[in-house]
Design a binder for this molecule. Structure first.
Ligand code: ZN
Length: 288
């Protein structure tokens, strides 16, 4: 097969661009009875796309995997995937087999950001309740999995939601005003305030809310457990429940929340695993 090599080559080029040459030897997963591996590799921040045979049921580390009507499914891999994942395939007759997928690990940059408001690095006591409510709202939105007619549209690839210079990459260890904080899970794309943000693939809106850290934030589910978040928006053009086709304007670039200038922070999440939007784009290819 030629495709996996192409994906790997594109990914190496991507890493070289960001000066983070990690161990990259991701290959397609080993053959699993009845499962057709279609794209991607088992690598931190990435996905693999597969198709199960009719009548098969799949589970990952014991949790059932969502399948399209045609049997397609994805598996996403978190930033730190030290242990292999276990994929169990159960056939129509109930016989099941478990295989183990090792996940290729990556090295990450360190990113220092200074000049942030002190309250945005170490929040004062009085906003902790708000931050807790924000997290609960995001968790609830990520649990809304029904993308309606737009489900699976992303399988043909993700477009860029805005064009601009990528100023922040996935996985960077963050030092904010000199203090170590959570890694960065999004990609940051610098663009002038007011630039329209376009849906990178079809989906259904699951959250529109002004969050303490990420400002005006929009979440959208794409189906198969995958969702996008768009942070620091100036304003939002859609409401919760809207089914949004690929390319529709969903909001406008801004600098709300913890931000040092207008940019879009775009994040992908699969079942609580934070993915690398730039990498997933190359794995699925096809997008613009
Ligand atoms: Zn960001």
């Amino acid at each position: 097969m030629i495709k996996p090599r192409l994906f790997t080559a594109v990914f190496i080029a991507l890493l070289a661009l960001h000066g983070a040459a990690g161990r990259v030897a991701a290959e397609m997963p080993p053959p699993v009875d009845g499962v057709d591996w279609m794209a991607g590799t088992a690598i931190e921040g990435g996905i693999i796309l597969g198709r199960a045979a009719p009548g098969q049921r799949l589970s990952l580390d014991g949790a059932p995997l969502a399948l399209c009507d045609d049997g397609r499914f994805i598996i996403g891999f978190h930033r730190e995937s030290d242990a292999p994942v276990r994929l169990t395939v159960t056939g129509p007759t109930g016989d099941s087999r478990t295989s183990s997928l090792a996940v290729t690990q990556r090295d990450y940059d360190i990113q220092r950001i200074d000049g942030l408001k002190r309250d945005h690095v170490t929040p004062p006591q009085e906003v902790l309740d708000r931050i807790g409510a924000d997290s609960a709202a995001v968790r609830a939105a990520r649990g809304m999995l029904d993308a309606g007619d737009q489900a699976g549209d992303f399988l043909t690839g993700f477009d860029m939601p805005v064009s601009g210079i990528v100023t922040g990459v996935y996985g960077s260890q963050r030092i904010l005003n000199g203090e170590p904080r959570q890694p960065h899970y999004g990609i940051d794309i610098a663009a002038p305030a007011g630039t329209p943000v376009l849906a990178p693939a079809g989906g259904r809106v699951t959250l529109v809310r002004d969050l303490y850290f990420s400002g005006w934030t929009l979440l959208m589910t794409h189906g198969l457990g995958l969702n996008s978040a768009f942070l620091h928006l100036q304003s939002v053009d859609v409401t919760v429940g809207d089914e949004v086709p690929r390319g529709a304007v969903i909001g406008y670039v801004g600098s709300t929340g913890r931000s040092t200038g207008p940019h879009l922070d775009w994040r992908l999440d699969w079942q609580g695993r934070r993915l690398d939007a730039a990498l997933v784009r190359t794995q699925l290819a096809g997008g613009n």
